[in-house]
Design a protein around this ligand. Structure first.
Ligand code: ARG
Length: 400
């Protein structure tokens, strides 16, 4: 008896997931492997990938374009939440996992599979995200992770594939592990494993080196509707095109690089390079618009929510009652977050230089230092007396 009869495998077309197909059948007694490749805007040609799965032994090879869903249902809520892990990583890889998990579960239910599978190893966060998301969506489906158990080196994996008729990769294999989608690019491993090693320019693909960026600043105006970016320079963009357009334009100025040591959920510190030009710029612009449109106490309270939100996405708890509850809070706050943010792109910086909104809470007659000041200066004195009273009493009592 095998571990499962019919399996839906998350498929990328790479060596590991290709080898998973014969491995599941030969080593684990799976009778039928259906592959599923998700198009998240990684720019791969999908027809060769679809065919490669069949050539590697899949009975059915599914390819699903979920780019719009990815941006609308995963990226936009994260932007509304200003979600960053450890204050820096905008979760470009992490946000894709719950969507892929959902596709796997849906396909398993449709084709009557008793298990789903992925090619993650046992050291990363992605295995946790897949396994937990799948369990949340359908606790009766088994999850198989061959690469977590097979203990083959890269060379052995390629050799195993060759014995099963899978051609070895044509390109000279890069020392880096790369994950790419519409939200950005993550790069780790190889020489980057030394945290003191400076990444060479070949590590980057979506952002220009500062040496090569334009010597003139460029301005871009982002229009938000209830916390969702909908226009660029006054022109409406659909969710996918917005990211395609902004990644190019913002990346051209060398904006969106992050080089960080992060704390993985499995307890390991790891070094990762991120390129997320559009996403990081949109989060900064969005947060700025919130500073104009949200009440002070809402902003302060929301900051705590944002921290938790980022951790939940990173830690694989997208499909969870807490994340849903946080989303309800965030959605309520976003009712006011409409307006325009003007951003200056120049030499690696996206600087917010202006913001406006019909919901602005900024009252110029209160803020001004010029004529037309309506703030009651005399009222400040009584306020300060009451505000400072506990401090005054504390001082008197403790200093004698
Ligand atoms: N560290 C990131 C995360 O956990 C990215 C993981 C994938 N990175 C990669 N280079 N394959 O979300």
């Amino acid at each position: 008896m095998g571990r499962a009869k019919k399996v839906v495998l998350a498929y990328s077309g790479g060596v590991d997931t290709s080898v998973c197909i014969p491995y599941l059948k030969n080593e684990w007694g799976v009778e039928e492997v259906i592959t599923l490749a998700a198009d998240l805007g990684q720019g791969d040609e999908l027809e060769p990938i679809r065919q490669k799965a069949l050539d590697s032994g899949a009975s059915i090879s599914l390819v699903e374009d979920v780019q719009t869903e990815f941006i609308t249902n995963y990226a936009f809520p994260a932007i509304q939440a200003n979600a960053l892990y450890e204050n820096r990583y905008p979760l470009s890889t992490a946000l894709a996992r719950p969507l892929i998990a959902k596709l796997l579960v849906q396909a398993a239910e449709k084709y009557g599979a008793d298990a789903v599978a992925h090619g993650c190893t046992g050291k990363g966060n992605d295995q946790v995200r897949f396994d937990v998301a799948i369990a949340a969506l359908n606790p009766n489906i088994k999850v198989l992770a061959p690469a977590r158990e097979w203990a083959m080196s890269r060379e052995e994996t390629i050799a195993y594939g060759e014995r099963c008729g899978i051609p070895s990769p044509v390109k000279k294999s890069s020392p880096y592990s790369v994950d790419l989608n519409l939200l950005g690019r993550s790069v780790e491993a190889g020489p980057l494993e030394d945290p003191y090693y400076e990444p060479t320019e070949e590590v980057y693909a979506l952002t220009k080196s500062i040496q090569d960026t334009p010597n003139e600043p460029e301005y871009v105006e982002i229009g938000f509707d209830r916390g969702i970016p909908v226009t660029v320079d006054g022109r409406a963009f659909d969710p996918v095109q917005l990211f395609v357009h902004l990644n190019k334009r913002v990346g051209n100025h060398g904006i969106g690089r992050v080089d960080m040591i992060e704390n993985r959920l499995v307890g390991i510190k790891s070094r990762e390079i991120y390129e997320t030009p559009a996403l990081i710029m949109l989060i900064h612009a969005h947060r700025d618009l919130e500073s104009l449109t949200l009440a002070k106490d809402v902003t302060v309270y929301k900051r705590g929510i944002e921290e938790t939100y980022g951790q939940m996405v990173y830690n694989g708890l997208w499909y969870s009652p807490l994340r849903e509850a946080l989303d309800a809070f965030v959605s309520k706050t976003q009712e006011r977050v409409s307006g325009t943010v003007r951003v200056k792109l120049f030499k690696g910086n996206a600087t917010i230089v202006g913001r406006k909104s019909a919901n602005s809470l900024y009252a110029e007659d209160l803020a001004t230092y010029g004529a037309g000041d309506n703030f009651d200066h005399k009222a400040a004195e009584g306020f300060i007396y009451v505000w400072g009273l506990p401090t005054r009493v504390w001082s008197q009592m403790t200093r004698g």
